[in-house]
Design a protein around this ligand. Structure first.
Ligand code: EPZ
Length: 420
């Protein structure tokens, strides 16, 4: 398993191009199952999770060709309806194929995704939404077996805001007979991009960008092309990187409109953040970092995916910061690893209380999940001496060429091939 070796302390200077969004690409890759034909996706990030979803599409009978930041997909013969456990267990977003398979073929057999590094990740809301549309769902040896002669438009309110359940149920409703009204839909930009894409395929979704979608079912859809929106979590992670090392970075191909609360928090921490229509410039000179408070919330609130990266930043702020995760109350596996680098963090339930320290000192640390891993890399950028971040296969799921992008702006980081 590969590791990253870092030597901290070098200020970052230069430009980093932001890649397309992983979490926008994955639902769109599921949506291609709704209509046979040819799709061309561009600004696609080259990530392990995208390759995993492409492999799932191949198992379902689609043809997927990967080009430089592009995917060419042909679903003319995508007639299979089973998503196997061996694949779904490696990436929870595979569960997104349930809605499209049910809508297009009237049946689906999708493995339950199981938990992840920081705890259970239920899919009950996905299933309740499908049942509201008239599907019959059973559990059989760890698989969800779904059937529906046809899906029927219905009114359904999500008890909590769920990105994945919103995507899955929207994709089922677009081919249902009749009209659906879906309430408390997630507002994340990735969900909005999916609805816009589905309308380009011929769906009739109104209310996009609000918490209530009205979907008039149509008998069939046609393929469409798509350009992936920028990855707002990658963007926020690089904003933290400047905070860790000082320096100045210009993040290009970004979308600041998805980043408002993140930019506000970075400014509260003492970073100078300016932005244009598609770039963000972040600068930290020798001013000390200031403590800040974060409470994660569904979009447009502070994203839970950035609480770990910002915790690394808080670790060096002059005072006490508080980070509360209301979405995943146990998403704190990075705390023990940051402590190995010298961070002073105590947990009070789902609240991390971080007493800033003067410096981190390099040490070997272990990645546990995607966003925890990047918080360790960020800490390593600041730590005195050498830091080894192990098991970076977690990182390769969601950060395209992280070490290349960081090296190009001055970071002392290199990938070390590990034993298999
Ligand atoms: C998406 O996961 C993202 N993944 C996650 O990013 C992100 O952390 C999460 O949204 C929250 O923003 C993708 O987009 C592929 P949810 P998802 O359904 O859809 C509970 C990353 O690092 N819930 O919005 O699985 C759930 O437990 C990943 O890129 C149910 O109770 O998240 C959580 O508390 C990690 N029942 C809350 O809802 C359900 O059926 C929000 O989860 C579904 C969710």
């Amino acid at each position: 398993m590969d590791s990253f070796l870092l030597r901290g302390g070098t200020p970052l200077e230069g430009e980093i191009p932001i890649s397309g969004s992983k979490n926008a690409t994955l639902p769109l890759l599921a949506a291609v199952l709704l209509a046979p034909g040819f799709y061309r996706f561009t600004n696609v990030p080259q990530l392990k999770d995208v390759r995993t979803m492409s492999n799932l599409l191949r198992i379902l009978g689609a043809k997927v060709d990967e080009a430089e930041h592009e995917l060419h997909i042909d679903t003319s013969h995508a007639t299979h309806v089973e998503a196997p456990y061996e694949l779904v267990k490696t990436m929870r977003a595979s569960f997104y194929v349930l809605g499209p398979l049910l809508a297009r073929h009237g049946e689906a057999r999708v493995s339950l995704p199981g938990g992840c590094a920081w705890g259970p990740r239920p899919v009950d809301l996905h299933m309740k939404g499908m049942e509201a549309l008239g599907a019959k769902l059973d559990l059989d040896q760890g698989y969800v077996v779904a059937r529906a002669d046809y899906l029927k438009g219905a009114e359904f309110e999500f008890p909590i805001s769920s990105v994945g359940a919103s995507c899955n149920v929207i994709m089922a409703a677009v081919l249902a007979r009749g009209t659906s009204v879906l309430k408390n839909i997630a507002l994340e930009p990735e969900v909005t991009q999916l609805s816009i894409f589905l309308n380009r395929m011929g769906a009739k979704i109104s209310g996009i960008g609000t918490r209530t979608l009205t979907i008039q079912g149509v008998p069939d859809l046609k393929p469409a092309d798509a350009v992936m929106i920028p990855d707002r979590i990658e963007t926020g992670s690089y904003i933290c990187a400047v905070g860790m090392t000082s320096g100045k970075l210009r993040l290009t191909h970004a979308d600041p409109s998805h980043m408002q609360i993140v930019i506000e928090t970075a400014r509260a921490a003492g970073l100078n953040v300016q932005y244009g229509s598609d770039s963000i410039t972040v600068e930290r000179r020798n001013g000390a970092l200031k403590p800040f408070a974060i409470t994660t919330d569904p979009y447009p609130g502070f994203p839970t995916d950035l609480q770990a990266p910002f915790m690394a930043l808080a670790g060096l702020a002059g005072g006490e910061s508080r980070i509360t995760d209301t979405i995943y109350t146990d998403r704190f596996t990075h705390v023990a690893e940051l402590a190995r680098l010298g961070a002073n963090i105590r947990m009070e339930g789902n609240v991390a209380v971080i007493a800033g320290v003067k410096e981190f000192v390099g040490a070997p640390v272990m990645s546990t999940d995607l966003r925890a891993s990047v918080s360790l890399v960020l800490a390593g950028l600041a730590a005195r001496g050498e830091t080894e971040v192990k098991r970076i296969y977690h990182l390769d799921r969601g950060y395209e060429k992280l070490e290349v992008k960081l090296s190009r702006v001055g970071a002392d980081i290199r990938r070390v091939e590990g034993e298999a």
